[in-house]
Design a protein around this ligand. Structure first.
Ligand code: ADP
Ligand code: MG
Length: 349
């Protein structure tokens, strides 16, 4: 490079394209955002259809509260949301989304068409977006309850990304994602299928039982070998530091890889430190050391979890993380030991 170059401000459209590519890194990130929007909309039924690993088409249909007609013009603009009004809400936010970036990002890197109807309306509206803006006024159309978002030709305007992803199908990642959602959100019916396929690859029905939902998604070989785990740890008598509910595999479960379905305050997250900690407990407690299957839902006071990390950072940061992990380890260990002792006792008598 020669001398110092002149610094210029990038055009907004360039800034938006760069930001969008960060938020939506691959088809599965778009599916996650769309499904979380459907969950936030109070849906009871969410159906996902995918073509070419999501590169050609992603369609998410729900029966949620829909989007108001007057909101459609700004729906896909950056930082437009119905979920957050001010900074004071950030600490207590209950919805999955709040930054109003997902639909905008998707609409900058793909073609988005939304069909939606709100309660009490006689017809719905259909509208397409390009680079965040409506391509035409919303067209009245027939619609059933809820919203359908169709994303076509993802990364059509990002040649290198498109090439990389076309050789690297996301479908199994999408199935894995929907499986996790289905286990946690037991009141919602989820389905996920390939476009044109007769049978869905994920299919859950609403059930009051977590174990039933695990059985329907992960099968008998997992569900038959699980133990319930519960723990609640109090800081002071009045405020609990965290509450844990879950299912963990017993000594009959065999797997080469750890499966950890982790939800913190109902958000699907990843926590490598916790995963390692669980593996250590299993290796130490169960002699035939299989890698565990663990579904875990943690409830923490919301001011102990920082939700305002970058949307792609699935890794969470918790206050008192080491203490929490230690408590979880000992809860899991004693649950495992108790169940193992009971089994040994049964086998001996
Ligand atoms: P965020 O979820 O952070 O608010 P999004 O870009 O994902 O941002 O969505 C923007 C807004 O669009 C949401 O706040 C919500 O009001 C509306 N919306 C998006 N998807 C749906 C849906 N499936 N059902 C109802 N409203 C939706
Ligand atoms: Mg969202």
């Amino acid at each position: 490079m020669g001398g110092a170059g002149r610094i210029e401000r990038l055009e907004e459209s360039v800034v938006n394209r760069i930001a969008a590519g960060e938020v939506i890194q691959r088809p599965v990130s778009a599916v996650k955002e769309l499904v979380e929007n459907s969950i936030d909309a109070g849906s009871r039924c969410i159906n996902v259809v995918v073509k070419d690993g999501g590169m050609k088409l992603i369609q998410v249909s729900d029966d949620g509260h829909g989007i108001r007609h007057e909101d459609l013009p700004i729906l896909c603009e950056r930082h437009t949301t119905s979920k957050l009004r001010g900074v004071e809400d950030l600490e207590s936010i209950k919805s999955m989304g709040f930054r109003g970036e997902a639909l905008a990002s998707i609409a900058y890197v793909g073609h988005v068409t939304v069909t939606t109807i709100t309660e009490g309306q006689l017809h719905g509206y259909k509208v397409s977006y390009r680079d965040g803006v409506m391509e035409h006024p919303p067209k009245p159309c027939a619609a059933v309850k809820g919203t359908q978002v169709l994303v076509e030709d993802l990364f059509y305007n990002m040649v290198a990304r498109r090439k990389m992803l076309l050789n690297n199908d996301d479908y199994s990642k999408i199935v894995d994602l929907l499986s996790r959602f289905a286990v946690h959100h037991i009141g919602i019916a989820f389905s996920c299928r390939k476009h044109g396929a007769a049978r869905p690859d994920v299919h859950s029905i609403p059930t009051p039982s977590r174990l039933d939902s695990i059985r329907s998604v992960y099968g008998l070989s997992v569900a038959d070998n699980l133990i319930k785990v519960h723990h609640s740890h109090s800081h002071t008598p009045t405020s609990s530091l965290f509450e844990l509910d879950g299912f963990i595999s017993n000594s009959n479960y065999l797997a080469k890889k750890t499966t950890l379905l982790l939800f913190i305050n109902d958000r699907l997250v990843e926590c490598t430190a916790l995963k390692r900690a669980l593996e250590i407990v299993y290796a130490a407690t169960l002699p035939k050391a299989s890698k565990p299957f663990v579904y875990m839902s943690l409830v923490l006071p919301s001011h102990h979890v920082d939700v305002n990390v970058h949307p792609t950072k699935k890794e969470v940061s918790l206050l008192n993380q080491e203490l929490i992990i230690e408590k979880i380890q000992s809860a899991v260990e004693s649950t495992l030991r108790t169940s193992n002792d009971a089994r040994m006792f049964q086998e001996q008598t």
